[in-house]
Write a protein that binds this ligand. Sequence first.
Ligand code: SF4
Length: 620
Amino acid sequence: MKELSADFRRLKKGFPGYENRPQQVEMAEEVFHCLKDKQRLLIEAGTGVGKSFAYLIPAILSEEKTIISTATIALQDQLVSKDLVVLKKILSHDFSFALLKGKNNYLCLKREKEYIEAGESYNRFTDWVSTTATGDKDELPFIPDFWSRICGDSDDCSGRECPFYNDCFYYRHYRALSDTDILVVNHHLLLYDLLSEGKIIPSHDQLIIDEAHQLENVISHVFGTALTRSRVQWLLYRLKGLKIAVEHLFEPMESFFKGRRLSQGIEAQTQAIYPIPGAAISGLEELKRLLALDKVISRLNAEKGAILNAEARDRMETTITTIKSLVRDMDDLIEQGDKERVYYLGWNRGYLEIRSNMVESQAPFEGLLRSYESMILTSATLTAGGDFSYLKERLGIVGFREKVIGSPFDYKKQALLYIDRDLPPPDKEKSESFQQESLKTIEGLVNAARGRALILFTSYQHLNFAARNIRMDYPFKAQGDMPPARLIEWFRETPGSVLLATATFWQGVDIKGEKLSLVVIVKMPFGSPGDPVYDERCRRLKERWFSDLALPSAILLLRQGIGRLIRSTDDRGVVAILDSRLVTSSYGRTIIASLPEMEIVHTVDEVRRFFGGEGATPAS
Ligand code: SF4
């Protein structure tokens, strides 16, 4: 424990701008004990605690190999490009750290050669291929549309058996990581590693999962299956390269994924369709029959014995693995017999995809637990209604120590909570009048704050309506106007600007200072009926669906949204929730009790007074 205090003192001395926070030291002590005693810990650390240093320092001090898993690229970048770099300079302990990404982030030498052999050219790309030392696609200023044909793919990779293994970009990086002390990964990679029985991440003893509130959904996705056009198309290219006659299969494959052979009513749309319509299943059966993959496997098996060339032989062997995996998934999607999954049809860029997702995550989480001696789950939002029950139930967590560390920010002084009492409730029947009337309130709030606002919607439909009809004197943009990272930059750099957004922006925006002074939550972020996984979870919970799922998951997301506002001790601002159910419904009190304590107001005038003026001039 003395070492821990000494390291925080070093941090204070050596890191300009570092603010000493008792909450951070408290969290570090909890993490330190957990790792030292090989325990398991659930720890919520409110916004501003500085939780990354609070788990990184004890992990480094423990001298045990540690995996840190994050949900977002933003946090991964912060850890690898900032926090660990600072700690390496300042701490007296020497340690190594690295980022491990999935194979599909690296150029695969085998597949790249095959791509060239197929007569494909990629002029703008050749320079990079011949000069890159890492093969990491993050070096590229653009991602070519054929990247999926030349990047690594686990099904098509025989690892040590691959003739390119010694020079392979991915494995060169991987081999250098076996002795790394702190290895940063994302939740997807962590779970693919579990699925592959530890073949992806070098063995480590300790696991710290940050942004752990997102773990359940990643488990659901990773333990599911997906049949996509690019997957089948890539296989056809491979078979063509192996001199198997497949030219006649491209058209029916294209036709199936375009949905042309399906009955009317299954046209491209944003909502998932489930159960999967019978026409789609018959189309898939027909496609499987046409592909005749069993025959292809027999032929490859028969031919490969006579092949002496190592590259050609490896290509055949991994093709057989790829086909077996595809056939397994096609059969699963046709039969839809696994009661642990929900099956649905969705659309992506005009092509249909047939997918299955895991409904419950307890079994995979149990597998994760067995793989590490100590485990810590942390996030700014793990509790709903004052305890960890929701997360514990969703992941099947038992026997973890529990700790909540509040935010160092003084929300009572720094923030105001506006709750609208007059708008119609935003439920299905009233949604149109709610959309119309809430627009005026949004305009009033934005004027009161002199722009500087993030408006968070729960649906694209409502977002688009607002973007089309909103009237204000402040520069504004809506999600979709430019890529998310550029949109956030635009917001940061444009004085008095307003950003209308949904989905990822509830969690991904970190803007300190007065540039973001108002966060408007237009509607409580209840899970949407129409999401197959959410609907199935609700169905299984029967009458407990609202109390055990809908309400706590909405509270977590609401707390994430509110967390965008106050990012430092100097920040001031207003959170406005336009959902009048917070004051009219029986559950409204539970929601309000789950939020940081703030003064509550109900009129736009009070918001204007908070900002100290009439609010007509754009802020500079
Ligand atoms: S080992 Fe071979 S197949 Fe696997 S990623 Fe490397 S080059 Fe590609």
